[in-house]
Design a protein around this ligand. Structure first.
Ligand code: HEC
Length: 173
């Protein structure tokens, strides 16, 4: 990987952390959101098909976030064209907002741990921080401010911190 001389060590580490998040995410690719949705516990707020659709949608949003994170990691590391910076940071901010919205429907299931619902105030606060901080990062990205993006990136993308607490490990297939 050829590095841009302007990339600081901290930014590089952040980029690598992001890349590893996305690689992990990519390796889960084909596990099938529909199959996951099928494992929804019976006490769902929305009935059958609706619940599955909501779980499927939030998983699709998360998968797009993983792709966009990977692209951003590549840009920061210098392996992807820098002219994608505005577009990808905007996509991440929009994805974070959509993600927040999709969890307003309280539908247990998928790989969401029961704690998402039993500790919902903390979970939603994390989602709101994610949406707000990624919006700030998108503003920096849209003004072509690479240093700003790398400085904001850790707070803007708290993917792992949330998953460690609120996402079930992938089931063996
Ligand atoms: C505030 C919590 C939170 C944040 C922040 C968050 N996620 Fe998630 N993520 C979840 C939860 C909960 C699930 C499980 C969803 C389900 O299956 O019901 C999940 C699932 C996923 C999945 C698996 C989707 C599938 O098809 O099963 C991927 C990939 C993912 N997240 C990527 C990301 C990335 C990349 C970011 C950061 C840019 C991110 N997430 C930020 C909570 C979060």
């Amino acid at each position: 990987m050829k590095l841009q001389p302007s990339v600081s060590r901290g930014a590089l580490l952040a980029a690598l952390a992001l890349l590893s998040v996305s690689i992990l995410a990519a390796s889960e690719g084909a596990h099938g959101a529909a199959a996951e949705a099928g494992s929804a516990v019976p006490t769902t707020a929305a009935a059958g098909d609706d619940a599955e659709a909501i779980i499927f949608e939030r998983q699709q949003i998360m998968q797009q976030l993983a792709k966009d994170s990977e692209t951003l990691g590549g840009i920061v590391a210098g392996s992807q064209p820098r002219d994608q910076l505005a577009k990808v940071t905007r996509a991440l901010a929009d994805g974070a907002k959509d993600s927040l919205g999709s969890f307003r429907d309280k539908v247990p299931g998928g790989r969401s741990k029961p704690e998402v619902w039993s500790n919902n105030a903390d979970f939603m606060k994390r989602m709101e921080d994610f949406a707000r901080n990624s919006e700030a990062m998108a503003k920096a990205g849209e003004s072509g401010n690479m240093a700003g993006v790398t400085a904001l990136m850790i707070d803007a993308l708290p993917c792992k911190q949330c998953h460690d607490l609120y996402r079930e490990p992938k089931k063996p297939t």
